[in-house]
Design a protein around this ligand. Structure first.
Ligand code: ES4
Ligand code: ZN
Length: 335
């Protein structure tokens, strides 16, 4: 009723969204058909069966297996464009104003698709979202931390170097299976990306299944200015004080944490502790096609669990805007 309208009207920004994670079953099957892609043995055959599987994942890896199988239906530039455009249409109706979007080139280049095919499709959707829907956006390229290190280095220094140099990707991120791939493995790759373009923004998934040292080491070694998930930061009060002092934002993903069994109940999501320590966080959907909700459903779920008043919601939204990687003029427009 009234509070739902309030949450919808808030000028929301999303900082943690994997474009490949917006692949709904009702787009996956038509794309498989159109592109003549044979899905792996044992893959669900219908939208209903696939939705049934998506009801619960055992853990991050169980989800990632489905996520990468889904990626296989994306072949042509128009597939990437369509995927992103469908996402923008959905969140436009939910009051999203600004989106910072992850994509995973290695889940496509391994299948012989060029980085430019992927980038061009996504970038076209982003331009159209800006002009037709008023949604601003930035693309963040992610390294798959469970790929061989040499391939990660080649992505940054060769295949996608032009995108970094020309500022076409605004940020660099690190995702996929967190353990046993600690951030320190990627120290040199992050440094060389930053060297290609000193304006490149840096973030990394940390503290989702890894412990608080993954968060601390991402900051110290990768020089990230933001942490994706980061919920295990609450294992260390020292770390919380540091995040607060430096205004390092955590991009928290409530429904994702439930679906991947990081928490059994949303009540365990440590938002009160983050508020208490003054650690800025945003609320995000992560992989909405897999986790049962887009940005607004994540806001609803948090509201149902925590019942924040208007003042706290206002503070969360203002922190989210301030922590965004858009320019200051855009931030002023949003507030
Ligand atoms: C992801 Cl939830 C999550 N964690 C790590 N990597 C990912 N890639 C897509 N979703
Ligand atoms: Zn993620």
């Amino acid at each position: 009723p009234e509070v739902k309208e309030f949450l919808k009207e808030l000028p929301k920004c999303e900082h943690h969204l994997h474009l490949e994670g917006t692949l709904e079953p009702d787009l996956l099957f038509p794309l498989a058909k159109r592109n003549n892609v044979a899905l792996p043995q044992g893959f669900p055959q219908t939208v209903e069966e696939l939705n049934e599987k998506y009801k619960q994942f055992d853990d991050l890896q169980d989800f990632l297996n489905f996520y990468y199988m889904g990626c296989q239906v994306l072949i042509n530039e128009c597939d990437f464009y369509e995927l992103a455009w469908q996402y923008f249409l959905k969140v436009h109706k939910q009051g999203l104003k600004h989106a910072e979007l992850f994509f995973d080139p290695q889940s496509h280049t391994e299948r012989g698709i060029s980085v430019d095919t992927v980038y061009n499709g996504f970038a076209k959707a982003c331009s159209k979202a800006e002009s037709e829907l008023g949604i601003s956006s930035k693309l963040i390229m992610c390294i798959l931390r469970d790929c061989p290190l040499q391939k990660c280095q080649d992505l940054v220094e060769k295949e996608a170097a032009h995108l970094i140099k020309e500022g076409k990707v605004h940020g660099l991120g690190l995702d996929s299976a967190e353990k046993p791939f600690p951030p320190t493995l990627f120290t040199n790759i992050y440094a060389s990306a930053k060297k290609l373009n000193p304006e490149l923004r840096l973030t990394a998934h940390a503290g989702e299944e890894g412990d608080h040292t993954y968060v601390k080491n991402s900051i110290d070694f990768l020089k990230v200015e933001r942490i994706d998930h980061g919920v295990n930061s609450v294992q260390s009060d020292d770390l919380l004080r540091e995040l607060s002092a430096n205004k390092t934002m955590l991009t928290v993903c409530p429904l994702s944490n439930i679906k991947l069994q990081v928490f059994q109940d949303l009540k365990e999501l440590p938002l009160l502790k983050l508020l208490e320590f003054g650690v800025p966080f945003s609320l995000n959907s992560d992989d909405p096609a897999y986790f049962g909700g887009y940005i607004l459903e994540n806001y609803y779920a948090v509201h149902e669990t925590f019942g924040f008043d208007y003042k706290i919601w206002g503070d969360i939204v203002i922190n989210t805007i301030k922590g965004s990687w858009c320019d200051e003029n855009r931030k002023t427009e949003l507030i």
